[in-house]
Design a protein around this ligand. Structure first.
Ligand code: AMP
Length: 395
């Protein structure tokens, strides 16, 4: 059996695992969720029999159970030749993926206050896999690293310098692994090299961000100090007036409560009052539910405004690219967004927008469009597997 690369994505209550062979083909994947809850559960994708977990299973226990299940089913043979971890925040310490050693762990711990919900749990995942496979090299791939090329005019907030100097308050950007994959994949489809390709990449999933990439390098992005800034998202508000905090405090709402609502009860969910799920929202809107129609309108309009904003940071544009669950699947969102961008010269082919992928390598713009528009499925796991190979010198 071929050697295995293990890709680990640890969330606060979940673990996603993927196995790749050394040719970077995915061979299996698995999910454990509701960890640290009485109804913790796990399964291997494509397998109907659940993997049994103890009640209140920890990340460590779930990882152990899933790895044993992979082995029992003959999906994994021996220790992985490399283990790649998704890590959310690399701060200014990490400009690219890194081999995990004591120094890297200390630097990730230093970044933890910037991503308190994510980095500590990423570190738990690293520790758990290290206990299971002490001899396998481990690699961290950061959501922020791709955006470390932002120029100061894009990453600095207009705040006193001390905020940046003493407290690292700046824009970092996220979804970097996905945006990096977009420029690689767009280059391939446009018969170019990534280093000569400039795109605007819209990653639209439950979290949403948009990035301007010039000649393969991130120049600006919509998420900031935290993944709350920018576009409208499933439950996150994106941009709001920071004056909101003081105003709501005068109405008796604490800053931490406002922060919670902005993260968990806003965005598509807040506007529609129904759901954070774009597919359900489109169905509700089709049945005349006006708050859902408004939620989609605000989502698309904000996105179109950001496409315009991202053009200010580029000297040329080879394509606008849509990805993520919404970007890849919602013809309605793509069409409605592009409607706002006529003045900038974007136009879609309605037929291709509905049936992209099958016929056109993802091209959905028409012949009159000033810039190509593409739909490209993202594949962050593949990027992590490749980086895990590269840094562990797997051939
Ligand atoms: P992700 O976080 O990338 O998995 O994306 C999740 C989002 O994609 C959810 O809002 C889903 O409703 C949305 N999505 C997935 N499939 C469709 C679809 N066919 N039409 C509209 N939205 C979709």
């Amino acid at each position: 059996m071929d050697e295995t690369i293990l890709v680990v994505n640890c969330g606060s209550s979940s673990i996603k695992l993927a196995l790749f062979n050394t040719s970077h083909q995915k061979t299996a994947s698995a999910l454990a969720e509701r960890l640290n809850n009485p109804d913790a559960r796990a399964r291997i994708d494509g397998d109907d029999t659940p993997v049994s977990l103890p009640s209140n299973s920890s990340h460590q226990q779930a990882l152990q159970a899933l790895v044993s299940a992979f082995e029992e089913r003959g999906l994994m043979n021996g220790k992985p030749v490399s283990i790649g971890h998704r890590v959310v925040h690399g701060g200014e310490a990490f400009r690219e993926a890194a081999l995990i050693d004591a120094h890297a762990i200390a630097a990730m711990e230093d970044c933890a206050p910037l991503a308190p919900l994510h980095n500590p749990v990423n570190l738990i995942g690293i520790e758990a896999t290290r206990t299971l496979f002490p001899d396998s090299p481990q690699i961290a791939v950061f959501d922020t690293a791709f955006h470390q090329t932002l120029p100061p005019r894009a990453y600095r907030y207009a705040l006193p310098e001390q905020f940046y100097r003493d407290w690292a308050v700046r824009r970092y950007g996220f979804h970097g692994t996905s945006h990096y994959f977009m420029v690689e994949e767009a280059a391939r489809r446009l018969n170019r090299t990534p280093a000569t390709t400039s795109i605007i990449s819209a990653h639209l999933g439950n979290g949403c961000s948009i990035t301007a990439i010039e000649d393969g390098i991130s120049k600006d992005t919509s998420m900031g100090l935290t993944p709350l800034e920018g576009l409208v998202m499933g439950t996150r508000s994106g941009d709001v007036d920071p004056g909101l905090f003081d105003y709501l405090a005068s109405r008796g709402v604490s800053a931490s409560e406002t922060h919670r609502v902005l993260n968990q009860e806003s965005g598509l969910l807040g506007l529609s009052g129904q759901t954070n799920d774009m597919r359900s929202l489109c169905e509700l809107a089709d049945h005349g539910h006006e708050p859902s129609t408004l939620a989609i309108d605000v989502f698309c309009y904000r996105l179109a405004k950001y496409v315009g904003a991202m053009m200010a940071s580029l000297n040329k544009l080879d394509a606008l690219v849509f990805t993520g669950g919404i970007g890849e699947n919602s013809a309605r969102v793509r069409a409605q967004t592009i409607q706002h961008l006529k003045l900038l010269g974007f136009t879609l082919d309605a037929e291709l927008n509905t049936h992209h992928g099958q016929v056109s390598e993802g091209h959905i713009s028409d012949a009159d469009s000033r810039f190509p528009v593409l739909v490209i499925p993202t594949n962050e796991e593949l990027v992590i597997a490749r980086e895990a190979s590269r840094l562990a010198n797997v051939n």
